[in-house]
Design a protein around this ligand. Sequence first.
Ligand SMILES: Cc1cc2nc3c(=O)[nH]c(=O)nc-3n(C[C@H](O)[C@H](O)[C@H](O)COP(=O)(O)O)c2cc1C
Length: 368
Amino acid sequence: MNTTFVGLKLKNPIILSAGPWSRDGLSIKRALEAGAGAVITESIVSDAILDVRPRIAYNGSGAQNIRLYSDIQIEGWEREMEIAKSAGGIVIASISGHTPSELAYLASKMEHFGADAIEISVSNPMGESLEILASDADQMYRIIKEVVEHVDIPVIVKLSQTATNIAKVAKAAKKAGAAGVSAINSIRCILGVDIETGEPMLPTYGGYSGAPIRPLGLAAVATVSQTVNIPICGIGGIENYKNALEYMMLGASAVQVGTTVMINGFEKIREIVEDLDRWADSKGIKSVAEIRGKALTHLKSFDEMKVEPVISHSNHEPCREDCKACVKGCIYGAITRLESDVEIDKNRCTGCGVCIFVCPEKKLSLRW
Ligand SMILES: Cc1cc2nc3c(=O)[nH]c(=O)nc-3n(C[C@H](O)[C@H](O)[C@H](O)COP(=O)(O)O)c2cc1C
């Protein structure tokens, strides 16, 4: 399934996001060889510093990272880009910084080294200054405009989920000449605390990524799709082709994967690409454009919601022995467990929907 994003023709919509998995030419080459539609470099900054150790924690579903940008100086990226581009394929340079001139300098250098596009990443869950900047539409406008004026390649702006008004920042990006936006970056978090020692999993705040942030990424992409006419790349918690499709059906033209590749290796890219192609072939779909935004037509504003008098119904298939999941999950006290079925009190059920999701047999549904 091919796609076009910010004018770049991608053989598939699966892009490897900015992170340590794309820290140098060799890693980028490996990701392209694993089938990625494009790869984004780890964020390049003007003052590269060494990493702290440890810097990543994982709890089986979500990750916290305190990795701070590429540790290769901008000059070193000339060689890395040569290696990266030797595989053929599209390489997007991620840059980060505080000032318009700093970012414009990094962008034009990376354009000169062969980058096909620039992604500006200005949110950083570890410190506060960039998070504040990521919410400031006026300052973002100034930064983006400066970068856009210094390069001839497309400029993408990576949005932060914590921006107070993500649509306003996306509008500023468009007005400043950005060719597209990507959303979302990782989100400031503390993954957990060891209650025996009192130690947090990592000794400072970090960026939350992986499956648990997917609902936040989906909402960010849908919000931007509904408010700004600009190409969008969806990011956050994508673990398989279905997750990628969710983002595209909410308006994304392409998607990025990060944490799942960090945990499962580069072959994960191939798996997602192949599964997506199989799905598209089975439906006769050739391009993302055919399904992009399909879910948006079903997405209403809260004000448009109608109160329909639906209540829970059982299909009368036998319940699991001793299962009382729906009884426990009914805060309205409307469900009683019978011998092998449940009884729903029509006068008490308010049609909230919880029982539908907790029933392991999927035997309940909401109807009139
Ligand atoms: C270890 C790690 C390092 C990251 N480094 C960067 C970075 O240098 N620049 C950037 O824009 N995003 C960075 N990210 C954020 C990812 O690109 C991505 O936006 C985020 O992880 C959400 O996607 P995911 O859930 O698929 O990982 C990093 C994420 C992780 C986990």
